[in-house]
Design a protein around this ligand. Structure first.
Ligand SMILES: Nc1ncnc2c1ncn2[C@@H]1O[C@H](COP(=O)(O)OP(=O)(O)O)[C@@H](O)[C@H]1O
Ligand SMILES: [Mg+2]
Length: 231
């Protein structure tokens, strides 16, 4: 890959291999690229290695072989926001993620307000976290990443615990943030209807990308597989 091509990519994974201690290989020469400013989704059956891949991209585990490159800073949104939000109120939680940056109180306040506006939660700045819906909690987690000026968002089944309306609200919101702020997002899902909102998709099987490209083509392939299984 030449210099110009790599500058246009936010995530590059090359021949990545990984196994958990005492486990079978999970990622087996996995390779993928996500262009800057694009919204891509990652699909695959349970246990195919999606969460492992995201955790490695987030820097939580080093690759055992192969290479990864990601634009920085990078934000991670978990499936269950209750595992992510740590402070009592919306504004405090978003501000908490900025502690390491040693900003002045005024700068912090500005970043928090800007991030909450981006996810349409400014009015709820003082609301206790426990009083939020699941979809609102996911938006607070995303605001945390925006406040840190993240270039890349990794989202691991962020809609798994949401009702269908909040699910589509969230996916539309991330699509809008990617377009309006030039972010790059990699979103794990098993809900085929979410594919309508992304720019491209990867299909992971046994730790390898076995198909990628236009979301409609991936959607069609998965629908056919579901039909064949039910025959
Ligand atoms: N922390 C862990 N320790 C040991 N094995 C794990 C751990 N997390 C996942 N695995 C194993 O790795 C494989 C891939 O899991 P995962 O990446 O969670 O897949 P997916 O997200 O696609 O369902 C599974 O066999 C799973 O049991
Ligand atoms: Mg998973």
């Amino acid at each position: 890959m030449n210099e110009t091509a790599s500058e246009q990519l936010a995530i590059v994974v090359r021949n990545l291999c990984f196994r958990w201690p005492q486990g079978e290989p999970v990622l087996q020469s996995c390779s993928l690229e996500v262009p800057k400013g694009a919204f891509w989704m990652l699909l695959g059956t349970n246990g195919s290695g999606k969460s492992t891949l995201l955790r490695i991209l987030a820097g939580l585990h080093p690759p055992q072989s192969g290479t990864i490159q990601t634009s920085q800073p990078l934000g991670f949104v978990f499936q269950n926001p209750d595992h992510q939000l740590v402070m009592p109120t919306v504004g405090a939680d978003v501000a908490f993620g900025l502690v390491a940056e040693n900003l002045t109180p005024k700068q912090t306040h500005h970043r928090v307000e800007e991030a909450l506006s981006a996810v349409n939660l400014l009015a709820l700045q003082r609301r206790p976290i426990y009083a939020l819906s699941g979809g609102q909690k996911q938006r607070v987690a995303i605001a945390g990443a925006i406040a840190r000026h993240c270039e890349v968002l990794l989202l691991d089944e962020p809609t798994a615990l949401l009702d269908p309306d909040s699910q589509l609200d969230l996916v539309r919101q991330v699509q809008g943030l990617v377009k309006s702020r030039g972010l790059t997002a990699l979103w794990v899902t098993h809900r085929l209807e979410e594919l309508d909102y992304c720019d491209g998709a990867f299909l992971l099987q046994q730790g390898r990308v076995i198909a990628q490209g236009h979301p409609a083509a991936i959607q069609q392939r998965l629908c056919q597989e579901v039909e064949q299984e039910s025959l």
